[in-house]
Design a protein around this ligand. Structure first.
Ligand SMILES: Cc1cc2nc3c(=O)[nH]c(=O)nc-3n(C[C@H](O)[C@H](O)[C@H](O)COP(=O)(O)O)c2cc1C
Length: 434
């Protein structure tokens, strides 16, 4: 169903509020949005969200890659009716946006994943639920009230845990499993390192694990094994250690007061750090995942055309071109620069599977460029977290609405009635600087 003048409606709402002296709480400009969020977030919270790997050259390259493309508008096309809908994995999506999976949303807002779910539902944008979520997937699915969602999997070193997470995702209605391949280890992230801050070590962002029956059994085993061993002498607690203990106890399921003296919260963090990822993961493992689920499988983090061709050969159902927003490898290729090569590799292999994209989208015009370079849909990452930090669910909804509105206006003003019109020949490369 085409949106009736989405862009114009959003403008009108903002300008009408302006006549009463109200300005948007959530800035419409990407850089202003980030700056407003920085001011409202804790130092650690902002460092975790905004930070990237190493010198952050990859994050900059992601943005610079967009700046190298210019859109060429076409005139005298009747664009009075537009449709930005797209079919993905057998369901019609109202727009080519999905919410990228983001862990530790509690660092931006107490309502965390629940707020994002409500906003995504209101904006008809499919969220990808993270394995590092702050809220168990079943609760997020309930907040979505039947609206579609996908599940992002970090492939644990424990097979039974992988099976359990995938089975839970299926049971709570996920429509696809998005396997993130670029995070066998956490990237080298100076903003977090210099604050000595890893949210998981404080029990944040491990709710999918602490709500999982297999994981809970691993924790119980660890606690039992520890009880057998001689207790090491404990160092005198510092104020920071006490704050960590409180954070661990709060983030662990059950009664916070009881958790303060229980061994499980700390054992859960230690168990998580043990099983989080499987650096040995290879193509040979994919069939096992295929056996675990009938859901479409999407590989997230593909940047090389050969990996894309291999993905086609392995029979996966989709690819998400991404460099994790520059958080994993410093001086990595910009995700947008990798996109056309991956799209060509997939299409020349004869596959019509969806190629999705994220890493660097900050505006509706950016969405347009990524679509023109061959993406079927794009993931919205940091901007929605900034909206969350500023105004909870309403802030996320506003960010998503603004992106859709600007995309709608960009389509209208460039002569595009549907996504099929957004082709590569709509773009030219920017002239090189002198
Ligand atoms: C704070 C933060 C946490 C993230 N957590 C996850 C995650 O749990 N799983 C995952 O696959 N990707 C994760 N990502 C990567 C995003 O899914 C996405 O690839 C990235 O945000 C895109 O870059 P952009 O936000 O700069 O556009 C995270 C990104 C950020 C910024």
């Amino acid at each position: 169903m085409p949106f009736p003048d989405l862009g114009k409606a959003a403008q009108s709402a903002i300008y009408r509020a302006g006549t009463f002296g109200r300005r948007p709480q959530v800035p419409t400009d990407g850089a202003a949005l980030e700056e407003a969020a920085r001011r409202s977030m804790s130092r650690r919270g902002f460092a975790y969200v905004a930070g990237s790997a190493g010198s952050e050259a990859t994050a900059r390259a992601n943005r610079e890659a967009f700046a190298r493309w210019r859109v060429v508008p076409r005139m005298l096309v009747d664009t009075s009716e537009r449709d930005m809908g797209v079919e993905l994995f057998g369901r019609r999506h109202a727009s080519p946006l999905v919410v990228a999976p983001i862990g530790v949303l509690s660092s931006a807002h107490a309502d965390a994943d629940l707020a994002v779910a409500r906003a995504a539902r209101a904006q008809e944008v499919t969220p990808i639920l993270s394995t590092q979520a702050s809220v168990p997937m079943e609760d997020v699915a309930a907040a979505l009230e039947g609206a579609g969602h996908w599940y992002q999997l970090y492939w644990s070193s424990n097979d039974e845990l992988v099976a359990s997470l995938v089975q839970r995702a299926e049971a709570c209605g996920s429509e696809a499993i998005v396997v993130t391949l670029d995070t066998a280890y956490l990237g080298w992230r100076p903003r977090d390192l210099d604050l000595g801050h890893l949210p998981f070590a404080r029990g944040e962002g491990i709710a999918q694990y602490t709500s999982d029956p297999v994981f809970r059994r691993l924790v119980a085993d660890r606690v039992a094994a520890k009880a057998q061993a001689d207790l090491e002498p404990q160092p005198r607690p510092t104020p920071a250690a006490v704050r960590t203990l409180v954070s661990l106890s709060r983030n662990h399921p059950g009664d916070t007061r009881r958790n303060l003296s229980a061994p499980e919260p700390r054992a859960a963090v230690e168990t998580f750090l043990d099983v989080f990822s499987r650096p040995s993961l290879s193509w040979a493992d994919l069939p096992r995942l295929r056996e675990l689920t009938r859901l479409p499988l999407v590989l997230k983090g593909v940047l090389h055309p050969d990996d894309a061709r291999r993905a086609v050969d392995e029979g996966v159902d989709g690819i998400l071109v991404s460099n994790h927003g520059g958080r994993q490898v410093d001086r990595s290729v910009a995700a947008l620069d990798a996109l056309p090569g991956v799209v060509d590799a997939v299409r020349f292999s004869g596959s019509d599977m969806p190629v999705l994209f994220d890493s660097g989208i900050r505006s509706g015009a950016d969405v347009f460029v990524a679509l023109a370079l061959g993406a079927d849909a794009v993931g919205i990452g940091r901007p929605h977290v900034y909206g969350l930090a500023l105004a909870g669910a309403a802030g996320v909804a506003e960010v998503l609405r603004n992106l859709r509105a600007e995309l709608d206006l960009t389509m209208a003003l460039t002569g595009c009635r549907s996504l099929a019109d957004i082709t590569r020949d709509r773009l030219v490369e920017a002239p090189l600087p002198h």
